[in-house]
Ligand binder design. Sequence first.
Ligand SMILES: *Cc1c(COP(=O)(O)O)cnc(C)c1O
Length: 437
Amino acid sequence: MKFVSTRGGEIEASLSEAIAAGVAPDGGLYMPESLPRLDPDDFSGISELSGTAAVALAPFFEGDGLSGHLAAICEEALDLPLPVKPLASGHDHVIELFHGPTAAFKDFGARFLASTLRRLRGGGRTMTIVVATSGDTGAAVAAAFHRLEGFRVVILYPDGRVAPRQEHQLGCFGDNVRAVRVAGTFDDCQRLVRTALADAELQARVPLGSANSISLGRLLPQVAYYVHVAVRFWSDRHEELNLVVPTGNLGNATAAVIARSIGAPIGRIVLSTNANDVLPRFFRGAEYAPAETLATLANAMDVGAPSNFERLMWLYGGPGMLRAALDADAVSDAEIEATIRERFARLGEIHCPHTATAVHVLEKLRAEGATGEWGVVATAHPAKFDSIVEPLIGRSVEVPPQLAAMLAREAHATPMRADYGELRELLTGSRGAWKSG
Ligand SMILES: *Cc1c(COP(=O)(O)O)cnc(C)c1O
């Protein structure tokens, strides 16, 4: 399988090249040149996600140096629980993607990426993974690369704009992981990382790797979990599963779309966003118009210019076909709060603010007469967002053991101005030593 750029430059990369590079040389995103076609029967007798992933991802790995490692990568990286539970109505379900080490779905992608990059690096020079995060990505990447020989991780996050427990997670690793709190916004952090990744002179001294949400190494395992969930559902009930996916940068939803395109029995896919409503406007017929990011209660979805939009446009060949394939709806902070409060009071369910956007959108769809089996995608554990959830439900949320262990460790972050010179000094080691936190 060859990978091409969404910007159409004369670019052809192998899977290994595409994963190592992150972004295509013309600034586009990598996509497979053609999509394979799977059949639910290809997965008969498979019960674990790692098994599904090895089959579903094999066509993407075909002909690549990593293909002989695919099964091992899947076993190593995707050995995470993936429960699908019933919700209030008998035809609504919740797909819990938050049972990994950092309690958000980003663990699947980050672990798969670490597992592939470890094999790609071989015995070469130490690689520094530099990543900007609005909260969950950074912790997942830190957990996946923590104490992995040959790697360092530098995480940039906007000071004061992540939830307290998210921040604690980012700073609790130490060793080869360094958390940097930037006096600026998430967009500033992203700009600093992009500048570093494009700085050839810096990279000659300090080899850098990217782990942002456009990396194929994160997208592919997400495709695999949708295939797994939909195929299992199909084999149990002979029904397609319709999905509501909480959406920010569109990585998770793009994975669901690709899973459906390669034959997973998925029906409708509806995106739920927070007040950052660039996508709902587009799907209602407006031009695609990236906007300034608004801060909301669902902070991991605070994105004004979803980077994977380019992949969807490429896949569907234009706005008309894309609008026919998906829907999207925006959910305000007040609606997020009401959903969290009411679902607990009425049904005893506890949802994180991101998941609550999807629950709210599904409630609306049902009220409008949507039929069939629906699953909301639960992207994070509510205990990660205790400062928002607990006042709304009036009790504490039980903390899962892996999160409790991280919260018990001391956390440390390096302050930095939103200034590329400072980041460069930090990456070259001329500013402050690496220390364990
Ligand atoms: C990252 C994240 C999202 C948004 O996912 P995208 O792939 O960026 O659309 C939603 N919820 C949580 C909890 C997240 O961490």
